[in-house]
Design a protein around this ligand. Sequence first.
Ligand code: MRU
Length: 353
Amino acid sequence: MELLPRDLPRAIRWEEGKLYLLDQTRLPHDAIMEHQETVEQVWASIKALKVRGAPAIGIAAAYGLCVALQSHQHLQSAEYLEKAQQFAEYLDSSRPTAVNLGWAMRRMMVRALSLKGGPADEIHQALVTEAEKIHQEDIQLCLGMGRNGVDLIKPGMGVLTHCNAGSLATSELGTATAPMYMAHQNGVSFRVYADETRPLLQGARLTSWELKTAGLDVTLITDNMAAHLMKEGLIDMVITGTDRVAANGDVANKIGTLGVAILAKYFSIPFYVACPSSTIDLNCPTGDDIPIEERDGDEVTTLAGVRTAPDGVKTRNPAFDVTPHELVAGLITEKALITGDYETELKRLFGGN
Ligand code: MRU
């Protein structure tokens, strides 16, 4: 049995030098791959969450840099590198919280600069290869998290997740969902509860759709139902993804995650976070140093495009929150399941990256 159904659309496709992104804002109704013809289009697709989820936006931006530089291969090496730096900074400015974006841009620039002085078309080819590597490596990172998290899911368990840290947010198995897909493949019978995740409904539109399509037992709930289900004894574990893990183990993730973590603590339910090395930011000392994206208030005053609030009402729309490491039972990484002393363990395992 395959871990992911073949007909489940992938978030990103790079084919014959062309970048296609699945427009996730149209899911679950339409699964449309949109050809990205310019760097401005890639920037706008990331900003509008057509492609979203920390690993996926890093991969999309890496290919986006290749799209941007495609027509600049005739330049002198130094001019090409200058353009590359400008486009990398531009793409990095599309969303601030997920560190994968900056990580991918830095990695691409390191590769480009390693060929400084060489012909621009050769640097360009090396960048395409680097973007493809980032894309392929993410498949392995997901598999690693799956292996290190699968044994946490025991028969009969109820697992709550928030937002979408699934296949749509990565190259393949997802981060939070990787242990779920593997447990399912191993024949373990368990239930997943997906928070709908207001304001943009990634849980309802994406997570419940992809897990249902893959044949997992998934139940959709609204965000405010989690406490009640925990009290009913239906939730045995929480697994979420993350957009950035600080050096001390604090984790930023979709707005609402902190509330879930606090509830989990109250009900003595372990709260796990799945994170690939590309999401770990050892240069960020604590969660207080993580920039939190503030999005347009229209996302709060509307629901699926329909206005639900009075004209002129004040809004706040932070897209992420930070869960302190004290509330985290474990970080499921591709190298190991880390269950404590996060600062030391993160440094020991990922300090050389
Ligand atoms: O705003 P989004 O949809 O990009 O937010 C995504 C999340 O918060 C995910 O949980 C996180 O990026 C991890 S994805 C593997």
